[in-house]
Design a protein around this ligand. Structure first.
Ligand SMILES: *Cc1c(COP(=O)(O)O)cnc(C)c1O
Length: 404
């Protein structure tokens, strides 16, 4: 049974006060909070078996290596990858995307095309623009409609034999839209194009199955799903990871080094140069265990209730406009009060202990589409409550009164 009061006790930070008020944390799409189980894992690592991995014959090094590789297997199982060596540890979504964009430098030709969507985070735009500059390939954009959905017929007309790669987010961080990635993957594959999915916003809410999706690359960050910052994973199909060149050179990623020629290590180490965030990888595994113990079906059902309730309660405020109105969306509400700058609303909410994000959310093209400087974004997690949404609604009403 899903018991939010009990779950909240796992998160020490949720009982703190901000500006003399109980913290209401609604900035989960930027980073999630960390349960005691994950904090304990981090403390245990540094207290008991901190050592470098894969090299030492000594006990601590072997314990650290075992725990790190067990975390990789947990992640493999969670995402249902065929092999554990298809899971590459990264520092996060941004790192994973750059790793693949770098790899495609040696594959793309000037006449090739790659396709992005209008709904992306900057980290799924800029690395590809850099790739186009290096290779001469062209970047095409799937447009969006006013509900914040991708226009699929336009996507189909962008696809051709020139298309080599399509990269879209599973869920938009700015609007919460869930993109029809099953269709996108199937249609791209029909033209022989590979597909990368940015899962930074999906993994906190649902459990993707990379084999069922038949996706070529799937990337995510640990810190949006109860894990630590600076840690993430890249899933890549074995055939692709074998084909792509390494991203960074250094220790861990080699088989043999001479000054004449270096041969690279097998997967996954080929893409893991240098000492990784060992504790981060292990804590990522602990975060996945924590979320699976609650259950992703429970999480998404409960968050959907929060979204429906918050949408109803906020919509009745006169002059409040919600951006991102697709029926397929997750627990994110981006909104503005007519004639009031989002930053001012965010400042007043902070005084009331309510943490929201304001600004362009690293998605300026979406803000340009709506012709706004930014939005106030409240993003809910499974440890939030209806009572907290009531505080937000009261806070927004207060901000409106004070600012208009
Ligand atoms: C947060 C986010 C990213 C970037 O993740 P990092 O952890 O900063 O690398 C990329 N895409 C989306 C959709 C995000 O929400």
């Amino acid at each position: 049974m899903f018991n939010v009061d009990k779950i909240r006790q796992d998160f020490p930070i949720l009982s703190r006060q901000v500006n003399g008020k109980p913290l209401v944390y609604f900035d989960n799409a930027a980073t999630s909070q960390t349960p005691q189980q994950v904090i304990d894992t981090i403390v245990d690592y540094y207290s008991n078996y901190n050592a470098n991995i894969h090299r030492g014959v000594h006990t601590l090094s072997q314990e650290a290596t075992d725990a790190y590789e067990q975390a990789r297997i947990k992640i493999q199982k969670h995402f249902n990858a065929k092999f554990s060596h298809e899971i590459i540890f990264t520092s996060g979504t941004t790192h994973g995307i750059n790793l693949i964009a770098n790899g495609f430098s040696s594959i793309l030709q000037p006449e090739d095309e790659i396709i992005v969507s209008a709904l992306e985070h900057h980290s799924n735009i800029v690395p590809w623009q850099m790739l186009c500059e290096r290779t001469g390939a062209q970047l095409k954009v799937i447009p969006m409609n006013t509900d914040g959905e991708l226009i699929m017929s336009e996507f189909e007309s962008l696809l051709s034999d020139k298309t080599k790669l399509v990269f879209v987010n599973h869920i938009s961080n700015a609007l919460g839209t869930i993109n029809p990635i099953e269709q996108i993957i199937a249609k791209a594959h029909a033209f022989g194009a590979a597909v990368l999915i940015d899962g930074a916003q999906s993994c906190p809410h649902i459990k993707p199955d990379v084999q069922a999706l038949n996706v070529d690359f799937y990337v995510t960050s640990a810190h949006k799903m109860c894990g630590p910052t600076g840690q993430g994973m890249l899933y890549g199909k074995e055939e692709w990871l074998k084909k792509l060149p390494p991203y960074q050179g250094g220790g861990e990623m080699i088989a043999e080094v001479t000054f004449e020629k270096t041969t690279y290590a097998d997967l996954p180490h080929k893409f893991e140069a240098g000492t990784p965030n060992i504790c981060g990888g292990i804590a990522f595994g602990a975060a996945i265990d924590y979320m699976n113990a609650i259950g992703f079906d429970n999480i998404s059902a409960y968050e959907h209730q929060l979204l429906t309730y918050a949408t109803q309660q906020l919509s009745v405020i006169e002059g409040l406009k919600i951006y991102g109105t697709s029926p397929q969306k997750t627990s994110v509400i981006s909104f503005n009060l007519e004639g009031i700058h989002p930053y001012d609303v965010g400042t007043i909410l902070d005084k009331l202990g309510i943490a929201v994000r304001t600004g362009h959310h690293c998605a300026q093209p979406i803000m340009n589409f709506y012709n706004i400087p930014g939005t106030v974004r409240a993003s809910f997690a499974f440890y939030n409550t209806k009572a907290e949404i009531d505080s937000l609604v009261e806070g927004v009403k207060k901000a409106k009164m004070m600012l208009s």
